[in-house]
Design a protein around this ligand. Structure first.
Ligand code: FAD
Length: 396
């Protein structure tokens, strides 16, 4: 298929999915999320409800017990959750982390893990890439995996540290990126990295320690410490030294899915801000009668609509199997900016009450901020566009 043959649907596509997700979200009102935020607890009941409905296995092919839906449909699930005031980011990795196993796993790995993930019996929620000392410079990561030949079964001994590994304390499995060949010994710095499927249940206390990381939002962030952790050689995904490609491959899907969450957030902020602006009376008239209040909300709505169009394009290209790096990155950039613009407009519209926890704006405002930093920061998206789309020199 050529790009000019790809079509994009407008309006509320996947109406049944939207309706069903809205019904699920109705059972998890603002108060539910406020309590979790205050106690830093995991939204187990919400994740269970999404799992029961089959949504966390949306992208797993039917032959492995999943729903085999297109990426756009999975994105719609996440978008509706966020537009309904819920925080699907607490579970979204289950959707895209398994993509590496699906695309690069051996037939045995797929048969062993995917059906359990699709049924929700096995949680693959953790993705360990970022390290404290190397950050965005992924190929310099220091976690080291060494193959040990053993009569009882070959295994990798892994030592290193990860940071910001979300949900590792709420996951059975973790996809881990580690270096199997030292940087000094590879021709290209992207070589010599490998992906492992770590069974957290088996490794905890045996070379693996996970500590919660206090953070601005209730995202269940952790620090992961590995010291001689043993992972069976059979759990290497995609071949030794081929890990970077394995991870990179899933990035467009990841960017598209998180952009849907940002669009959902923007919809929530615009709706809540417009309503408050219409109801709040100051100087004997609704504050929304003032253009100083109206315009930022209207502008945020326009930004959201523009980002949403770009997102539909990226998802359609992805589904057609066409290159979509440019579109996925630009969609991510615009969606994250639009959601922040809407968050700011909503906060400003609420004045002092924006700070009151019972209005839920400050919590959602904090949550919306993450999209400009993780899973990839705005600067790095711009660097991609400058280098790979516009042909300018690499800046790093
Ligand atoms: C709540 C939360 C959850 C996360 N979950 C996960 C997870 O589950 N798994 C995981 O692996 N990681 C996770 N991360 C990590 C996240 O992906 C990184 O924080 C993010 O990619 C940025 O990396 P860094 O924090 O090391 O920033 P750094 O790399 O230290 O960069 C700091 C700043 O400098 C900028 N910068 C750096 N280099 C350049 C350059 N060459 N040009 C221009 N600007 C530059 C960056 O854009 C950024 O703004 C999470 C982070 C947060 C906050």
């Amino acid at each position: 298929m050529k790009p000019e043959q790809v079509s994009i649907s407008l309006g509320d596509d996947y109406p049944e999915i939207r309706d069903s997700v809205r019904r699920i979200c109705a059972d998890f009102p603002n108060e539910y999320w406020k309590k979790l935020d205050e106690s830093e607890a995991y939204p187990k009941e919400f994740v269970d409800a999404l799992t029961r409905a089959g949504y966390l296995g949306a992208l797993i092919p039917e032959e492995y017990g999943g729903a085999g839906l297109p990426l756009r449909a999975a994105g719609v699930v996440l978008e509706e959750c966020h537009a309904g005031g819920c925080y699907a980011a607490a579970a979204h990795a289950q959707m895209y982390t398994m993509g590496s196993v699906l695309r690069h796993g051996s037939p045995e790995q797929k048969a062993k893990y995917l059906p359990g993930i699709a049924r929700g019996e096995l949680r693959l929620q953790a993705f360990g890439v970022t390290e404290p000392t190397t950050g965005t410079d992924t190929t310099k990561l220091k976690t080291r995996a060494v193959l040990v030949k053993s009569g009882g079964g070959d295994y990798y001994e892994i030592t290193g540290q990860k940071v910001w590994t979300s949900r590792a304390l709420h996951s059975d499995l973790m996809l881990l990126l580690a270096r199997t060949t030292p940087l000094a010994e590879v021709k290209k710095k992207t070589e010599g990295l490998s992906v492992f499927l770590v069974d957290i249940r088996e490794c905890l206390g045996k070379g693996l320690e996970i500590r919660p990381l206090a953070a601005m939002i209730n995202h269940h962030a952790t620090e992961v410490f590995m010291d001689g952790m043993r992972v069976p050689a059979a759990n290497l995904v995609g071949g030794e030294g081929k890990g970077f490609r394995c991870i990179l491959d899933g990035m467009n899907a990841e960017r598209i899915l998180v952009s849907h969450e940002s669009i959902g957030d923007a919809r929530w902020f615009v709706r809540v801000a417009s309503r408050y602006a219409t109801e709040r009376i100051v100087f004997d008239r609704p504050i929304g009668q003032n253009q100083g209040i109206q315009f930022p909300i209207a502008r945020a709505y326009a930004s959201m609509q523009a980002a949403e169009m770009m997102l539909r394009k990226a998802a359609a290209l992805f589904q057609a199997g066409l290159p979509c790096g440019e579109d996925a990155n630009i969609a991510k950039l615009l969606a994250s900016e639009a959601s922040w613009e809407a968050a700011e407009a909503c906060m400003q519209t609420h004045g002092g009450f924006g700070f009151a926890r019972e209005y839920h704006v400050e919590r959602r405002w904090r949550e919306a901020r993450i999209s400009r930093i993780a899973p990839i920061s705005t600067n790095l998206v711009l660097a991609y566009v400058a280098e790979h789309v516009l042909g300018m020199p690499r800046s790093y």
